[in-house]
Design a binder for this molecule. Structure first.
Ligand code: SAH
Ligand code: SF4
Ligand code: F3S
Length: 475
């Protein structure tokens, strides 16, 4: 870190990072002159919305430094933003990393970076250090804001740069964010998780729960609204516990009511809700809101009270059913979606029947279904009675069939009606059609062109095709 001797480096954030963005820009533009072309960057993201949002922050920094974005791994700068929630996500990263080695041999300017949740695991970093020496920069989930500084350090030295923090130090505000869509944006309202569900690695790799101040969140959304954003997605691992560590305390419902006041924002979404913390106040706030979308993602994980207890979810099957009923009674048009894990240690066929019972009783509009994946360091990894692969696959297939049947029936209930659709893109298979979403998140395709992108238009839902609709615009 010999380059840090200069006295002009600002000590405070975000000014410090703006300084390094400028410094990197100088180096990259010199390289551009030598090569006679722009340098390219390819950013590949695995995992959840948090990771995708983190990638938007990194892309914005690369953009300011002067990189051109590409979808290809034949780029001058390649970054994998990793996820470690299940083992198969890890395997994919190692596989793709292996394929980069020959590319780097051919292109000596190439830089390879790794970040995200996998990097917060000691054994992963050891493996990178030992077997993937051609990786240039490794950082974690707590120091993303320092990306420009890390890149500068690598550009001015020949060392592999590894910077992983065990805990978050500060929440740095006002760094740039690059939006994929002009009309919708994700906004972090909190980081980390305190729940320690016994199967889950997220609290270990994302740290303790930290809420952003409401004024910072509102300021960011107001700026988005001025820039033409209509839909906001508030992001957190458990949004219902937002504000608990702030003084003065702010509830998630209070925050939603503040966001509702912002002119120009027409749709508000949020993810994810933990059933144990979902308050009556939130249901009331949603019900009375004109902007909060009629969709709630409410992970069930299992329908068996016994399994739920061992998962440390802190609700029973009955609690979940009661909560879902309360939500549906308050808002009959709401879509409830969920996450379910099969094959948690000790799960029996009877436990699966309990899960299927909840799927049928609640009538989920869709569900992400996962096979349990053992994460070392979590309490479930050392529990007795790990389920065999055979039982896991059999149960998974059974669950999937029921989920699909229930979801198709639920999705179809709006057929023939006319509803507002926010148009997101030209249809990827048929360019005479556009694709958008209902308030309840269901996808709708209908004839139209790119001039409709970002607009909310009324669409008649002519035909339900299982998980989506074909419709026509009603003017
Ligand atoms: N904070 C969110 C979930 C984040 S992880 C929540 O609690 O709702 C997304 C989903 O991955 C979880 O809901 C869970 O269904 C699944 N998941 C987490 N750990 C897993 C594991 N070890 N094996 C399989 N699925 C897992
Ligand atoms: Fe993982 Fe549970 Fe936290 Fe969700 S609430 S991130 S499942 S520990
Ligand atoms: Fe994966 Fe990290 Fe999200 S482990 S699911 S990317 S918080």
């Amino acid at each position: 870190m010999s380059n840090y001797a200069s006295l002009d480096i600002p000590a405070n954030e975000p000014e410090r990072q703006f300084y390094f963005i400028d410094k990197c820009r100088e180096i990259i533009s010199e390289k551009e002159n030598t090569l006679g072309r722009k340098l390219t960057c390819g950013i590949f993201t695995f995992g959840c919305q948090m990771n995708f949002h983190d990638s938007e922050k990194i892309i914005a920094i690369l953009d300011q430094i002067g990189f051109e974005h590409t979808e290809s791994e034949n780029a001058d700068f390649v970054l994998y933003n990793t996820c470690t929630v299940r083992e198969n996500a890890n395997e994919r990263v190692y596989g793709r990393l292996g394929q980069l080695k020959p590319k780097k041999k051919k292109n000596p300017h190439m830089l390879i970076a790794l970040c995200g949740c996998m990097m917060q695991e000691e054994h992963v970093v050891q493996k990178i250090r030992k077997s993937y020496k051609y990786v240039d920069i490794v950082f974690g989930t707590h120091n993303i804001y320092k990306f420009a500084e890390l890149l500068y350090t690598r550009l001015t030295s020949d060392d592999q740069i590894i910077d992983i923090w065990e805990e978050a130090k500060e929440i740095v505000e006002d760094l740039p964010v690059e939006r994929k869509y002009s009309f919708k944006a994700g906004v972090n309202i909190m980081y980390g998780c305190n729940n320690f569900c016994s199967y889950c690695i997220v609290p270990y790799v994302r740290g303790r729960e930290r809420s952003r101040k409401p004024e910072d969140i509102i300021k960011e959304i107001e700026a988005f609204a001025k820039d033409g954003v209509k839909e906001i997605m508030l992001l957190g691992q458990n949004v219902n516990s937002y504000g608990k560590n702030l003084s003065p305390n702010v509830t998630f419902s209070e925050l939603l009511r503040m966001v509702e006041e912002i002119q120009g924002i027409e749709r508000i979404r949020f993810m994810t809700s933990h059933p144990k913390d979902l308050s009556d106040e939130l249901i009331e706030t949603m019900k009375n809101s004109k902007k909060i979308c009629r969709h709630i993602h409410l992970p069930l994980q299992s329908g068996s009270t016994e399994i739920l207890a061992r998962m440390n979810r802190r609700y029973t099957k009955e609690d979940y059913l009661k909560l879902a009923d309360k939500i549906k009674t308050a808002m009959p048009d709401i879509a409830i979606t969920t996450d379910i894990i099969v094959g948690f240690p000790g799960e029996t066929d009877e436990d699966l029947e309990e899960t299927l019972d909840v799927v049928r009783k609640v009538g989920f509009d869709s569900a992400f279904t996962f096979q349990y994946s053992k994460r070392s360091g979590t309490p479930a990894a050392t529990m007795d009675n790990q389920v065999t692969d055979e039982d896991m696959t059999r149960r998974f297939n059974k669950l999937l069939a029921v989920v699909q049947e229930v979801a198709a029936e639920r999705t179809g209930r709006w057929e023939g009606g006319i509803y507002p659709v926010l148009v997101e893109e030209v249809n990827t298979h048929d360019s005479s059609m556009v694709t958008g979403r209902l308030s309840n998140n269901t996808v709708v395709h209908f004839p139209g062109d790119e001039s409709l992108i970002g607009q909310i238009v009324n669409v008649k839902l002519n035909e339900c095709k299982g998980f989506y609709y074909i419709g026509e615009e009603i003017i």
